[in-house]
Structure formats: C-alpha cells, structure tokens
Write a protein that binds this ligand. Structure first.
Ligand code: EPZ
Length: 484
C-alpha cells in the first residue's frame, strides 16, 4: 500500500497548506482496485474517514467531459423493492456511494444476499431476499440513513411484520414519517410505536384509499411498494411525481406489479399474490448532474455531461437560462458553456417538476456570483440553510430569515476553512471553493460521500485542483456476497 507523500499527511486539526505549483500526483496502489477513503464497517463510517477533508485551490475552469452516476434516490427504493420477492433482483447503474453500502448492510442484516459489483461488474447489484429471517431495521443503521425507512412497507407486505427504528431528527428538518404510518394503517396494518421503533403487522395488507396530507417522495414510494402485494386495489392521491418514483414503478412493473399513474398525483395499484425477480437499470442522478452544471457555470468552464437525463432537470435548466447561462441538452447528455455575466434570479423550492430542494444549496452559491439580489425560498424543509453561514465565511453576502434567504451578488469569494453539515450543503461548499481565491479546506466531507461518487476524482478529471486529505485505505474490487 502506498502512503500519501509526507507533506500532505494531515494530522487531525492541523491543515497543511498545499505547496506552490502543480499538486504532486498520488501514486496509485498496485492492486487493480482503486483507492478510496471511506471504509464501511457495519454501515458506520470508519473513524479515520471522519477526518477526511478536501483541499481545493480555486480558479480553474472545468473543461472536458464527466460521466454522471446512477441516482442515489432511485437506487435506495429499488434495493428496498427487492424485499417484495424471493427471486433475485438485478439493478444496474448503481452509484458507488456510502448510502448504497448502508442499504446493503441493512438488507444483509435482515437475511438478504446482496452482491455489489464494481469495476468490470459495472455498478450492478444482485439482491436475493429468499430468506428474510429478521424483518428489522435497527437504529444503528437507520440513524445513519433516513431512507432506511423505505423497508417498512415492503417488509409488512411480504412478511406480515416489520420493526423499523424511528429515524429521528435530521440537519435539514424534523422529517417525521407520520404519512408513511398513516398510509400503512389505511392498508390495514396494525402499528405500535414504542422504544423508538415502529412495529407494523398485518395478516395481508388490503387495498385502500390514501390521500397524502403532504407530497412526500419516500412516502409515495414506501406505500406504492406495500400496495403491490395488498389484496385488492389501492388508490393514492396527492402523490409525489419525482422521476425516482416513476423509476421505482418501472422496476415494480417488471417484477409483475400492476401500477398505473406513476408520475402523476394519482397512482392506482392492483395488488397481486406474488412478485418475481427482474433486471432494471437505475436512472441517472439529476442532482449530481445539476451540481456539475453549476460548478461548470461558476468556473467559466466548458463541460460535457454524459449518462444524464436533461428532461429531469427542466426547472433548473430554465432557471439557469434566466440567469444568462447557455446549456445545450441532448437526450442523455448536456453541454454547459458560460462566458456571460450571471444575472440574479429568485427561486422557490417545490415538489417535482418545480425547482428541486436538493439543488437549493448549490444554487445559493451561484447566486453569490450573480449580479443583483436573489431571493431563495425553501418550501420543503424547515432548516435547509446551514450552508449560508459557511458561504458567508468565504465572503458571501447572505441574509437568512426563516425559510427565506436574500443573496446579494456578485461578491468575490475567498478561501477559508469551512465545514459540511449535510449532503447538498457540502456540494455548495465544494462549488464555492472551486471559485474562491486561494485554497479552501472543507471539513467533514464524509457528508458528500453519502451521495456523490468519487466527486474529487471526477472534478480532477476536468481540471479542478482538489485533494482529499486523510488516511488512505485500499478497497477490495467487489464485495463478496454476504449470507446472514
Ligand atoms: C426525499 O426525501 C429525498 N430522499 C430527499 O433527498 C429530498 O430532499 C426530498 O425527497 C424532497 O425532494 C430520498 O429520496 C432518499 P419528503 P423524503 O418525504 O422522501 C414532510 C438528498 O439530498 N413529511 O418528500 O424524506 C417532510 O418533513 C435527500 O438526497 C412529513 O411531514 O422527503 C418534508 O418537509 C435529502 N411526514 C416534506 O414532507 C412524512 O411522513 C417532504 O419530504 C413524510 C414527509
């Protein structure tokens, strides 16, 4: 194993500045597997990875081509859907991000066999839930990833019972799952909540009529999965219309489910006795694509994005065009060039097809570089401006008042030591550092590893000067299938 050259081996708390001139190349380890930093032990971050930081020298335009990974928020419900059948489900275009490893450990803890393939196995996973001995999602796993609650509906529908830890609070908001529970009750499940766990049981779920009080993405996904094995028809109204919901319905239909209306506010599911195995390719990650688009715009780059779906990013593309950006969109690629002075434009986050809340933080960084005043209204989560304070440390002019933020631009950003608070806030800081004058040190990048696949290598591949500081641990090529 090759160690980082001494000069870059940062000890906790002491950030060493980068030597002048081009950054020294890290010599690659001999094994075919690539070196990554995060070590997954039982879904937990290995202590040494908690110290990882990024050091970014700003001012380099992003030029070239970057391949977008599969969507984390489509892969997670798709992996949970495998619980609905005792036959293998094969998913392709799975992103290599930490949340996928947490989901794998969650399924394995229930008795599933999960094979995660990388490298030649092209981001494919094969999941077999023929032997679900323990329909429980333990607190240790759920606390690291709220999307673990997506197993609730499939477990009750398939095994007649589920014990799932309450996810608890989150940096961006309270995020209760009351609508998941209410929906399951409408499908005939008996629910008990005690000791921080939800216990759900039903002989067999029965079709029902669910009107969501509020549009919820994972709520729609969780109950759509549950209803596939319920007796009779289920009608769900005020559903989420996100591309990830449509992708899940496509997988479930391949598994033999009878679903109509996914992508609209009303979804009808005719329950069936049994579902079978299937093979499905996960859609590209629209939020990763949007993040790279904004990074290219702000660095004055010329970037081609491949393996993406511009039709999933309509509201973002429209907003950026309003700001003066030109984007050329193909069916599965996009080209972003920017030479124009950015002008300010207001946004308010909405459910799909409105402006995605998962792009709000990255857009705030853009607003700091646009001429004029941008009003940003966050309608989905009550506490999703944690990045504003960190951007202000870099010189941004931002006033936050509840769910509104006023950003005055254009303000040159200067490097500083900043820290991540959640996944998308981390992305906004990485973009800010790519623009800032000097070297920015970003702490707690384990947040970004949850949802961005090898972001520093992708950025470096198109000209960014970025380095991850921390211990290096070689990773085995492909995880062996684990039998509980
Ligand atoms: C999904 O979260 C995404 N996560 C989030 O992405 C995304 O921000 C969010 O949808 C909105 O687009 C996954 O798909 C795994 P919601 P989800 O239920 O489903 C309230 C990222 O960065 N609500 O649509 O948990 C809730 O508090 C993540 O990748 C209830 O009150 O979000 C929020 O205010 C972050 N009761 C609103 O609804 C419920 O039972 C929308 O939340 C459920 C939700």
């Amino acid at each position: 194993m090759k160690l980082v050259p001494k000069s870059l081996n940062a000890r906790p708390g002491k950030a060493e500045s980068l030597p002048p001139g081009p950054l020294p190349e890290l010599r690659k380890p001999v094994s075919r597997s690539r070196t990554i930093r995060i070590d997954f032990r039982n879904g937990e971050i290995a202590p040494e990875s908690l110290m990882d930081k990024f050091v970014i020298r700003g001012g380099n335009p992003l030029v070239g081509s970057v391949r977008i990974s599969g969507a984390k928020n489509a892969a997670l419900p798709a992996m949970a859907a495998a619980l609905l059948t005792d036959e293998p489900v094969i998913l392709e275009n799975i992103p290599d991000v930490r949340d996928i490893h947490t989901e794998r450990n969650l399924l394995v803890s229930m008795g599933a066999e999960v094979e995660l393939g990388y490298g030649r196995a092209s981001h494919r996973t094969t999941i077999s839930c023929s032997n679900l001995v323990n329909p429980e999602a333990a607190y240790e796993l759920v606390k690291t990833m709220r999307a673990s609650t997506l197993v609730l509906g499939p477990l009750v529908a398939r095994t007649g019972r589920a014990r799932v830890s309450q996810p608890g609070g989150c940096a961006i908001g309270a995020r209760p799952i009351d609508l998941h529970i209410k929906g399951l009750e409408r499908l005939g499940a008996a629910i008990k909540q005690e000791h921080g766990y939800i216990e759900a049981s039903a002989e067999r779920l029965r079709g029902g009529h669910i009107i969501f009080d509020k549009i919820t993405v994972t709520g729609t996904e969780d109950l759509m999965m549950a209803a596939t094995l319920a007796e009779g028809e289920t009608i769900m109204e005020n559903c989420a219309r996100e591309p990830e919901v449509i992708d899940l319905a496509a997988l479930l239909t391949k598994m033999g489910a009878k679903i109509e209306g996914a992508g609209t506010h009303t979804i009808r599911i005719h329950g069936v006795e049994k579902l079978h195995g299937a093979r499905h390719r996960i859609i590209p990650d629209r939020i990763e694509a949007g993040t790279f688009v904004i990074a290219a715009v702000l660095t004055g780059g010329d970037l081609q994005l491949t393996n993406c779906d511009p039709s999933h990013l309509g509201s973002l593309i429209q907003k950026l065009e309003e700001c003066g950006v030109s984007i050329t969109a193909g069916t599965d690629s996009m080209r972003v060039t920017n030479g124009h002075q950015l002008v300010a434009a207001d946004i308010s986050t909405e459910e799909f097809p409105g402006f995605p809340t998962d792009m709000q933080a990255q857009y705030m960084t853009l607003a700091t570089q646009a001429q004029g005043t941008s009003l940003i209204t966050e309608n989905i989560f009550e506490n999703r401006f944690m990045h504003a304070g960190e951007l202000a440390r870099m010189g941004a002019n931002i006033k936050v008042d509840g769910r509104r933020a006023v950003v005055r631009g254009r303000t040159p950003l200067s490097s500083a030591a900043v820290q991540c608070s959640d996944l998308r806030a981390s992305a906004s800081l990485v973009i800010a550092a790519l623009v800032a004058d000097g070297e920015t040190i970003i702490d707690r990048v384990y947040h970004i590893d949850r949802g961005y696949e090898r972001i520093e290598e992708k950025l470096k591949g198109v000209g960014a000067q970025i380095r991850r500081i921390g211990e290096i641990l070689p990773r085995r090529a492909a995880a062996p299938s684990v039998v509980a």
